[in-house]
Design a protein around this ligand. Structure first.
Ligand code: 9D3
Length: 244
């Protein structure tokens, strides 16, 4: 899968993509991440990429021309690329959207804004989609672009090792994770739950499912309402309610 990032801060994107799992995915040719400096596509000798807002108000707006110029020069064929603008008013990025993008056959182009906004004509006439990563205010679109690359890449075949199987993830889809433990079995008086040392795999699976239901009920009741419970899960949830 080919990702392109358009930004005035290429170093930020470069630093993260050069690390860890993404670095290995690039080395294994499973993904490519091309980083483009928007300023190289500015028209004037001062390399201006922002200007004052029409209608007044505070903050600067990113000029449209550099975005159109880079798109026309690098991705002239509209059917071969999907352009995504990162914006706080975009549609919410979720695991489902990550999965949708991972199945995309076109090259992905991520447009990062800084300042107050990107000129609306970029959103209307250049971008195919507009995405936000959540309801909090960041200083620009670079971290959101990296969040998308990270979440999408780990869904591609071969990017994660065998230790993270798709099977394991489908079990927990929709519920928060159960607690995890490793050695030692006791640290400074803090013991690992006995059931995990029992070797009884049915008991362990049941315990984990119960813990997942418990924490989801407590912290994310919204997720639990969307989740369709099996009979066993319904029974566990009843046990939890009685224990409270
Ligand atoms: C007062 C209006 N602000 C919008 C909430 C202005 C504004 C603040 C911060 C406009 C852009 C930004 C920079 N943020 C992004 O470019 C951004 C973002 C984010 O801030 N949160 C979640 N997802 C994203 S995607 C791009």
């Amino acid at each position: 899968m080919k990702f392109n990032v358009v930004t005035i801060f290429p170093e930020i994107v470069h630093a993260y993509v050069g690390m860890s799992i993404l670095k290995r995915a690039v080395e294994k040719n499973l993904i490519t991440v091309d980083i483009h400096n928007l300023r190289d596509y500015a028209e004037d000798k001062h390399k201006m990429v922002d200007d004052y807002p029409y209608g007044g108000g505070s903050g600067m707006v990113m000029k449209p021309e550099p975005f159109f110029r880079i798109a026309e020069s690098i991705w002239p064929q509209k059917n071969k690329r999907k352009i995504i603008a990162l914006s706080p008013k975009g549609r919410l990025f979720t695991q489902e959207l990550a999965s949708e993008i991972s199945r995309e056959s076109r090259d992905i182009v991520l447009l990062c804004g800084r300042y107050e906004a990107i000129d609306e004509r970029v959103m209307q006439h250049l971008a195919d989609d507009e995405i936000s990563i959540g309801d909090y205010i960041l200083t620009g679109g670079e971290l959101p672009a990296l969040v998308i690359i990270d979440a999408v890449s780990r869904l591609l075949t071969g990017v994660l090792g065998d230790s993270h199987s798709a099977k394991e993830e489908s079990f927990s889809w929709g519920l928060l994770d159960y607690p995890h433990y490793t050695r030692p079995d006791e640290y400074d008086g803090m013991a690992v739950p006995r059931v995990l040392l029992s070797g009884n795999h049915n008991e362990i699976t049941l315990w984990r499912k119960k813990q997942a239901l418990k924490i989801t009920q407590k912290r994310r009741p919204d997720l639990l309402r969307k989740y369709s419970l099996t009979q066993d899960e319904q029974r566990l949830l009843n046990d939890i309610k009685e224990e409270l």
